[in-house]
Design a protein around this ligand. Structure first.
Ligand SMILES: [Ca+2]
Length: 356
């Protein structure tokens, strides 16, 4: 089993993990509501090995769970004791760098409160709700419709100080890329944007993590950060020399660990040819080289998932489709109350206040 580097785990979580607090109706308790914390990472089933590696990394606490159709696998930790004794200490020693850090701090406060069972007191429960309210801007979780809790003042997250100016560990970048990065080769098209084969290493994020992408760019020593129109931004490296001299050696040294490494291997193969033909027009590319390039493309990203059932999957980058939905929904602050996403076996309600 892959032995994970602690910074890799933080990077992967920063891109793909969720720190959840579920406050749900429960007739069996006097207050009528119960609270539950979850640390969760979900991936396509082809990455089940990494979920087991994560579980091993975290002293074997938590559970590996599959969706009913077996398409996605999650590593989840529910126990307050495991969260306080195992999950929190890791992220305190190897802190998150993205905007998720603030959510983690609130989640950590909630975890300590619940571990001490203080949330069972009126005062503690109200405190828990202030943390929850910080992330539901419109207070759209069900409990805030209850007249007893409708005037909760969200915890002021401006008081949470984030350590800016940090140097990113290369394993953090590898973990983050394993979850949210992509390696792609695009075929030339006469009418399209690329007159020749294009190679692109890219990390796509919400605009709130623009500074993080800039830190990654600085750490890698190449690439450009673009601000996109849809509230997103990306770090992109398309220069074939930089890809060959910097990006490829970097991910050779700092392993992606996830199935995306298969895309990386094809990317590497294609880059050898593209580098060799640098400066030459498309017409100078030998038939053999074009065939190799096309073969590489046919084995990458969504083409890698060639089985019929998976064709409809839009995100063939190793990250779970429904989690991507969650991310997008959260990024645009749309509430997901009591909606069941067909086929994913996941019941989504107001639990997801700590946005992914
Ligand atoms: Ca993500």
């Amino acid at each position: 089993m892959t032995k994970l580097n602690p910074w890799w785990v933080t990077g992967y979580t920063d891109a793909e993990g969720c720190f959840l607090l579920n406050i749900f109706k429960n007739k069996n308790v006097a207050r009528g509501y119960s609270a539950k914390l979850i640390y969760q990472i979900t991936a396509h089933h082809s990455d089940h090995d990494i979920m087991h590696a994560l579980k091993a990394f975290f002293n074997n606490v938590g559970h590996i769970e599959y969706t009913s159709d077996n398409k996605y696998v999650s590593y989840r930790v529910y126990s307050n004791k495991d969260i306080v004794q195992t999950i929190l200490p890791h992220f305190e020693s190897y802190p998150l760098h993205s905007a998720k850090y603030i959510y983690f701090v609130l989640w950590s406060k909630s975890a300590h409160l619940m571990f001490e069972k203080l949330h069972l007191t009126d005062r503690g429960f109200i405190e828990l709700l202030t943390y929850k309210a910080s992330f539901t801007k419109k207070l759209d979780a069900e409990i805030f419709n209850n007249k007893f809790y409708s005037d909760i003042v969200p915890f002021n997250v401006n008081n949470i100080l984030k350590n800016s100016n940090v140097t990113l560990d290369p394993n953090y970048i590898a973990g983050f890329t394993g979850a949210d990065g992509s390696f792609s080769i695009t075929k030339p098209s006469l009418v399209g944007r690329w007159p020749n084969y294009d190679a692109n290493f890219r990390i796509h994020q919400n605009i709130r993590d623009k500074e993080l992408l800039k830190s990654m760019r600085d750490q890698l020593g190449c690439g450009k950060v673009h601000i996109l129109k849809d509230g997103m931004c990306n770090l992109s490296v398309r220069n074939k020399c930089e890809l060959t001299d910097i990006i490829i050696p970097f991910f050779d040294k700092y392993q992606l660990n996830v199935q995306k490494k298969l895309d990386f291997l094809q990317f590497k193969k294609a880059l050898l040819i593209l580098r060799k033909n640098l400066g030459k027009g498309l017409s100078n590319l030998s038939l053999e080289d074009r065939q190799i390039l096309d073969l590489c493309i046919s084995k990458m990203n969504r083409n890698r998932y060639s089985c019929k059932n998976e064709k409809k999957r839009d995100y063939a980058d190793g990250s779970a489709f429904w989690l991507q939905i969650l991310n997008m929904r959260f990024d645009s602050s749309i509430s997901l109350k009591n909606k069941r996403y067909k086929g994913h076996g996941i019941y989504m309600n107001e639990v997801y206040i700590f946005r992914a």
